[in-house]
Design a binder for this molecule. Sequence first.
Ligand SMILES: Nc1ncnc2c1ncn2[C@@H]1O[C@H](COP(=O)(O)OP(=O)(O)OP(=O)(O)O)[C@@H](O)[C@H]1O
Ligand SMILES: [Mg+2]
Length: 341
Amino acid sequence: MKIRNHNISAIDIGTAKTCALIAEIDRENKIPIIKGYGVVATKGIKKGTVVNIEEVSETISKASNIAEEMAGTSISNCYVSISGDHIRSINTQGMIAISRDTRTGLGEAREIEQDDIDRVIEHTRAVPLPVDRQILHVMPQEFIVDEQSGIRNPINLLGRRLEVKVHLTTYSTTVASNLLRCFKNADLSIDGFVLQAFASSYGVLTANEKEYGAILIDIGSGTIDVIVLRNSGIYHTGVVNFGAHLVTSDIAYMLRIPLESAEIIKKSHGYAFAGMADKEAFFKIESSGNRPAREIPIARLAQYIEPRMEEFLREAFMEAKKADIPLSNIPLLVLTGGGSL
Ligand SMILES: Nc1ncnc2c1ncn2[C@@H]1O[C@H](COP(=O)(O)OP(=O)(O)OP(=O)(O)O)[C@@H](O)[C@H]1O
Ligand SMILES: [Mg+2]
């Protein structure tokens, strides 16, 4: 019997741009094939959260319409990425006893089944939460069967006691309700929320990189998302409450030019390390009002950018250091997001 393929959609509302994606999941090979995407400038978001419902609803409609047109299909529901300083994360653990099985003659131990794994993970959700918080993800780091730690998949192992260490993230229900309203206005229902840093790690890191360990820093326009992975588990996720838009506003302030011009200059002539900029090179700012045209050294522009980039990385590292594992054990640092370009 031929198993039918089905579509899956996702929307990332960034502070600067919103992306909608429609993919077809090949049921036999389970491989997603991208059918359409739409990218538009975001309106109505600040630092990852909704500040204007109407503008965000319109942004969602625009991005999804473009993706639908390209895919030749319409969508009614989608997964949505979520970020912002309302996200909290903790590492916690759960434990269950594996019930005795006398039939096998193996004493009290018995084979661990999927049901046990689900149950022990469910136990970790029993953390006290304020009324305005909900659990976003519970991501297993390792299982411990009796005294044996470091187990990634305990299925079929014999044991009496099953423990799991997890990374648990929560989000503000108020922030999520505002997002829900925007999607409702755009005639879309939400299949589920996905933490932006978690989504970035899926998009950017290979399975091997997640296994050996990586710090992934996603420098967006309004937020910097940080995720620390090791042994394919997540040890920390965090959000720094500012991003690359600050570089643009610094340039606008220092050169007394509008933000739109600063954004163009940053992308065309900006260097994160002042030492890399050509000392002899200049760029031109056209005359405006009674201010004459100016020639600015590219090296001076880099001097405005460098301290901000240093601050971004310092803050991102402070966030990453909150992981329960020493960062010296993590061999890889990966930068992503528009602000890393
Ligand atoms: N070529 C480039 N050089 C320098 N900066 C760039 C370049 N391209 C994009 N950026 C900057 O990257 C930022 C946008 O990044 P990105 O698209 O990852 O953000 P976002 O996902 O919309 O925002 P967030 O994740 O914070 O909500 C902007 O500040 C933009 O100026
Ligand atoms: Mg982003």
